[in-house]
Design a binder for this molecule. Structure first.
Ligand code: ZN
Length: 371
């Protein structure tokens, strides 16, 4: 038995942002609040979108922090209520998307960010248009949002069908100004979403097809986008890869590489994609032994087998200057710090979602080789 479901409409194309007003009108969307981050706001994109929306955007909130907290969600929800927002435009990278989706739910359900984080079922949300500025998270076609609790160093993913955006508007132009280090980290995250989707217990023929297409695009274009951010072809293909990978893992979830990343991000402040990339190649090798079709899928991506695909992941990390050891990521060389990483990964739902059925010892041996 397998199933696949994703209701998100996508409009993709260079220059498509300019049609925002018309796209909103066609879908009956009005009175929008743009939820964004300070970096995106400074670039002037939010203001420009407001112009393109032709009066359908009431206000812009731009204070979303990296790894948004419940307080961020509550501030955005209060603004949405104050202006009588009837729709939300999520503009930015993963953090803005996460905060905007949570805000859409909290505003419609009249609840707080903390209630969502503690598992309140998400039964309603204001309609969302998701506009990604990185290639990236794939969150524009997903139904999840990650909220952080700095007090406990935890990141918690919440899910709800109402948080599927009504429309994903993907315009590669927005990624032209992304600096090389962020291009590398977010691009490796795209590869991690694709490969993780293939390693999931919920992988299925539809998600595999999407994941292969996304991975091939990212493998072939990340290096070019990293070396020359103004290369329109590489940028367009990375944006495409990101959204397609989003469709793949919206149904499979992510697996080992993501399970091992959360503490590195929450406690050691390593960017999400770089943290996932640390163990990505190791997990893909391990999973190929359990799910031999990964070799077939790797051949469809243009590699001899899954190990060659993993080799290319390792090579891309070197080329783009990602940190490849726990020490260089700032993890103290102590038993306590190491065990905490292992325990945290083992407790993650992403780990049990991985087809290889890794034990605590398996996780430790993968991390041990990366000290
Ligand atoms: Zn990710």
């Amino acid at each position: 038995m397998w199933k696949y479901y994703n209701p998100v409409e996508v409009v993709f194309g260079t220059g498509k942002l300019e049609e925002l007003g018309q796209l909103m009108a066609e879908r009956g969307m009005d009175r929008a609040l743009i939820v964004s981050d300070p970096f995106t706001h400074r670039s002037g994109v939010a203001e420009q979108l407001k112009q393109y929306a032709g009066g359908r955007v009431l206000d812009i909130i731009s204070e979303v922090e990296p790894n948004p907290t419940c307080d961020n969600v509550d501030a955005c929800t209060a603004r949405a209520r104050a202006i009588g927002a009837q729709s939300i435009i999520a503009l930015g990278g993963g953090s803005a998307m996460d905060c905007a989706k949570s805000t859409a739910a909290a505003a419609a359900m009249n609840c707080t960010g903390l209630e969502l984080l503690r598992g309140k079922p998400i039964t309603d949300a204001l309609p969302i248009i998701a506009i990604p500025t990185t290639a990236g998270t794939g969150s524009e076609v997903g139904w999840g949002a990650v909220l952080s609790d700095h007090a406990t160093n935890s990141k918690i993913a919440i899910f709800g069908s109402p948080m599927f955006p009504k429309l994903a508007l993907v315009d590669p132009v927005l990624t032209y100004t992304v600096p090389p280090a962020v291009t590398a980290s977010t691009g490796l995250d795209v590869i991690a979403h694709s490969l993780d989707a293939m390693c999931s217990v919920r992988a299925n023929p539809v998600s595999d097809g999407l994941a292969v297409r996304a991975a091939k695009l990212a493998f072939e274009n990340l290096e070019a986008a990293f070396r020359d951010g103004s290369d329109p072809v590489a940028r367009e293909r990375m944006a495409m890869a990101s959204t397609i990978a989003g469709y793949a893992f919206s149904n499979t979830g992510t697996t080992g590489s993501h399970a091992c990343s959360y503490l590195l991000t929450a406690k050691y402040r390593i960017p999400h994609g770089e943290a996932c990339a640390l163990t990505l190649d190791a997990w893909f090798r391990k999973d190929a032994a359990v799910r031999p079709v990964l070799h077939v899928l790797s051949r469809m991506m243009g590699f001899a087998d899954a190990n060659a695909a993993a080799d290319r992941v390792a090579e891309l990390k070197r080329i783009t200057g990602m940190r490849t050891t726990l020490t260089t990521m700032g993890v103290p060389d102590t038993r306590e710090a190491f065990d905490e990483l292992v325990t945290n990964a083992a407790a993650s739902g992403n780990m049990t979602n991985d087809i290889c059925g890794a034990t605590q010892e398996d996780i430790a041996s993968i991390l041990e080789a990366l000290r």
